[in-house]
Design a protein around this ligand. Structure first.
Ligand code: FES
Length: 121
């Protein structure tokens, strides 16, 4: 095992984030179709927190500029298309990206043993 305890399994729920910090790592935990997802509480766009992002269909939408990320793989699904929840016209999406190219969300390796979630590495 060798991981660090981060939460008990029953605390991690579908459709909501459980915010934890372990060794300076800011982690958001949630469940997607029964699987535990552990992602960094830091949007790769401008480094803002994702904890208040909306969870839908296994993805989180950043509350600041609307980038979307798959919660299990971290894959970027959509990049900067809104501003604090207001949809922006397509031509402006690049402007709001502020020169940042799309990036995936950082995910953490976890292990679930005996009803507990451990962060690896
Ligand atoms: S900080 Fe998340 S999309 Fe800009």
């Amino acid at each position: 095992m060798g991981g660090q305890f981060i939460a008990s399994l029953e605390e991690v729920k579908d459709g909501e984030f459980l915010k934890r910090e372990v060794d300076g790592k800011k982690v958001l935990l949630t469940r997607v179709n029964g699987q535990i997802a552990a992602v960094e509480n830091r949007c790769p766009h401008l480094g803002l927190p994702l904890a208040k992002g909306e969870i839908c269909d296994g993805a989180v939408t950043c509350p600041f500029h609307g980038s979307r990320f798959d919660l299990l793989s971290g894959e970027n699904l959509d990049w900067t298309h809104s501003f604090f929840g207001a949809e922006l016209p397509k031509w402006s999406h690049k402007l709001i990206a502020l020169g940042k190219a799309p990036q995936d969300l950082h995910t953490f390796d976890i292990e679930c043993v005996d009803g507990a979630v451990y962060l690896r590495g």
